[in-house]
Design a binder for this molecule. Structure first.
Ligand SMILES: C[S@@+](CC[C@H](N)C(=O)[O-])C[C@H]1O[C@@H](n2cnc3c(N)ncnc32)[C@H](O)[C@@H]1O
Length: 391
């Protein structure tokens, strides 16, 4: 197990020398020193170091050696296209060759990458690793040595990879990110039953439904439509916003969705607001929106999360929406590619808002997203950048 003190010392040396712009010299000096090499890998100045290492004869020789006689050649070939990953790999390879006592650990890393055959992940992993805290990497190293890490690591990496895909599509979308109160001023004053929070769900953001109901209340919506009832938790929250609200909620009939069947509308049965709710049992693909044309103040889309499903529901929602009304989509998140890919395409013609720190996307008919002036937020310490030594 690597000693943290040594890593810290190595990193501080690197930092100091880096300031003196003597990195190239440093790399040569340290090439035989295991701890310092490891410190280099873990150093935060990695990107700069890489630039120097690419021209470093010893690491180049070692890389060539490995590429000739190791099963990792395929991976190496792939990584060669990427300067950053290549250099980091070179450093790892150098360590393997120079420090046989650590071979098991480093081979473990390569083996795991090899088995996965997912080079994109490997490459991203290298970048990701280079930005972790020293403590984290220290623990990671220990886990790798004990062969404890692989399954969890790859679960995490897959999640991380899907997050990257999501971020990429998000950057291609005409979507403006605002805090809830920037879009809807003083919305914090609105009262919603806490019961709408999906506390036991595995969802990354459990307060989303609270926001959905708060927005409907803020907008004084009276005709509301929901795609996807499930237990009716959000339905009941929406029905709670006013005595004269009408909530129509659509879900597949139980027999057509056995997984959800026992739960559909569960909350509605005992809700004090059940008289304000109409349940429709139908497949959204077959549902005819024409009787509701131009009537809905507020529509919540949260049913079939495939691209086709969201497309179908959105098309019908637009038909039902009254001028000036609002549509909200749920699950705009890495786990729902259908949703975020659809939103990218939809936003090309109709830019949308995304509420920060939620999975909610908002289309507000008639509101010019690009020229919308956000309402001021109250002062907050959270948005003040902290720097050590500042008062
Ligand atoms: C994510 S849940 C809805 C959650 C609910 N909006 C809430 O806030 O608690 C999705 C629901 O959509 C329903 N659903 C899926 N595909 C559908 C379709 N094609 N037509 C109608 N409902 C569908 C499922 O049966 C399920 O109950």
């Amino acid at each position: 197990m690597m000693k943290l003190g040594k890593i810290k010392k190595g990193v501080s040396v690197i930092k100091r020398l880096n300031q003196d712009q003597e990195l190239g010299h440093l790399v040569e000096g340290l090439s035989d020193d295991y701890d310092s090499w490891l410190a280099l890998i873990k150093g935060k100045k990695l990107q700069k170091l890489m630039a120097h290492l690419v021209n470093h004869q010893e690491t180049r020789d070692l890389t060539n050696h490995l590429a000739r006689n190791q099963k990792t050649a395929e991976m190496m070939a792939y990584l060669v296209g990427n300067v950053g990953a290549r250099s980091l790999t070179q450093m790892l390879v150098g360590l393997m060759q120079n420090h046989p006592e650590r071979t098991q650990y480093f081979e473990g890393i390569f083996r795991t990458w090899d088995n996965e055959l997912n080079f994109t992940i490997s490459k991203e992993f290298l970048y990701w690793l280079s930005n972790r805290s020293e403590e984290f990497r220290s623990i990671l190293e220990e886990l790798f040595s004990d062969n404890k890490l692989a399954p969890n690591l790859f679960d995490d990496l897959y999640q991380w990879e899907s997050q990257l895909k999501f971020e990429k599509v998000r950057s291609q979308s005409l979507i403006r990110e605002l805090y809830l109160a920037e879009l809807f001023p003083n919305i914090g004053e609105i009262k919603i039953p806490v019961g709408v929070i999906h506390e036991e769900s595995f969802h990354s953001n459990q307060v989303d439904m609270l926001y959905v109901c708060a927005i409907a209340s803020f907008l004084q919506a009276r005709q509301i439509f929901e795609f996807g009832t499930y237990r009716g938790q959000t339905t009941c929250g929406l029905a709670a916003i006013a005595a004269d609200v009408k909530v129509t909620t659509l879900n597949l009939p139980p027999e057509k969705d056995p997984r959800y069947a026992p739960y559909i509308g569960q909350f509605i049965k005992t809700s004090p607001y059940r008289d304000r709710i109409t349940q429709i049992f139908a497949d959204a693909y077959e549902f005819d929106p024409s009787p509701y044309a131009n009537q809905m103040d507020f529509i919540f889309i949260d049913a079939d999360h495939s691209y086709k499903g969201v497309e179908n529901d959105t098309k019908k929602a637009l038909e039902m929406l009254r001028p000036g009304g609002v549509i909200i989509w749920h699950d705009y998140a890495a786990k729902s590619p259908g949703v975020y890919q659809f939103i990218r395409d939809f936003s090309k013609d109709r830019p949308v808002f995304r509420i920060r720190n939620t999975c909610l996307v908002v289309y507000w008919d008639g509101v010019d997203v690009n020229n919308f002036r956000p309402h001021p937020l109250p002062q907050s310490l959270e948005r003040t950048e902290y720097s050590p030594g500042s008062a």
